[in-house]
Design a protein around this ligand. Structure first.
Ligand code: ZN
Length: 136
């Protein structure tokens, strides 16, 4: 078994935004030259998330609207007294900060309608993701 790690930079431009990082992850798998294994995409930030879902413009907007409904901005959170971003943390907590995808013959086994997104929850910022490719 071998392992490769790559730190990927993502620059976001909105407070809440979904950035399709599928190509970046594909590139990491390709550069590893591994054929069979797992790739993990991990965000080292507590106000962001990583998800796998469909990249359709209307749906992406629907996700962001749903997040605002589930965890409204500024709804009297205690953390907002010291750092005005409790909604960002709670959304990150619910959505989750990493994903793992299997790959076979050097290609990720994503479904036809699946893309990998970095979800910015407290931008705009410069973020770093750790992409770890492990296998043989
Ligand atoms: Zn905070």
């Amino acid at each position: 078994m071998q392992m490769f790690r790559k730190v990927v930079d993502v620059h976001t431009s909105q407070r809440v935004e979904m950035v399709d990082i599928t190509r970046l992850v594909e590139e990491a798998v390709r550069n590893s030259a591994l054929q069979e294994g797992l790739v993990n995409i991990y965000s080292r930030h507590s106000t962001s998330a990583v998800v796998i879902n469909e990249n359709e413009a209307g749906l992406v907007e629907d996700f962001l609207v749903a997040l605002e409904k589930l965890v409204p901005t500024g709804a009297g959170y205690l953390h907002d007294r010291i750092d005005n971003n409790a909604d960002s943390h709670i959304r990150g907590f619910l959505v989750g900060g990493s994903q793992t995808v299997p790959f076979q013959e050097g290609r990720m086994m994503l479904g036809t309608w699946q893309s990998i997104f970095f979800v910015e929850l407290d931008g705009p910022r410069h973020r770093t993701l750790t992409v770890t490719v492990t296998g043989q």
